[in-house]
Design a protein around this ligand. Sequence first.
Ligand SMILES: [Cu+2]
Length: 170
Amino acid sequence: MKPLHRHPPRRALARRIAGPLLLAALWSPTLLADADIRVSDAWLRALPAVSRVNSAYLEIHNGGERDDRLLAVRSPLAEAVTIHRSVQIDNAYRMQPVEALPIPAGTRVTLQSGAHHLMLTGVRRSPAAGERVPLTLTFERAGDIQVQAEVRPRERAAPRESAATGHQHH
Ligand SMILES: [Cu+2]
């Protein structure tokens, strides 16, 4: 009698190597890359209820050895969050949308008034001072990172915040 053709040995081999391969993948630097990016000091200003736009500020630290880029931001507070930068043209500050914000390896990028910042449009409600507003930042390599931005009273905004920067959203 002709013996049946059998596959089980090959499947057994696949099972034997699948475990170690999966472990290797979980421990690879690529999949752990999000540990390289740290977001801190996220905050925004409490604004009057009529305001439909707001800005958010934070710091991004890339402690890794590879460059990353901030691609997008979203928040339940706003219909859209755009990465903006302020540029000075003839003594006036203007804002431009930025496609992606580079976060080079080993650097700290500060989003602040008069420089890069996050612009929230279609703001749904006026959060109270002391409240925390979730922001989800999407990085090219690190993926999604969520932070809680602190809502600060208008008058107690960051000391570096001043009328001199002329930063306004219209
Ligand atoms: Cu802006």
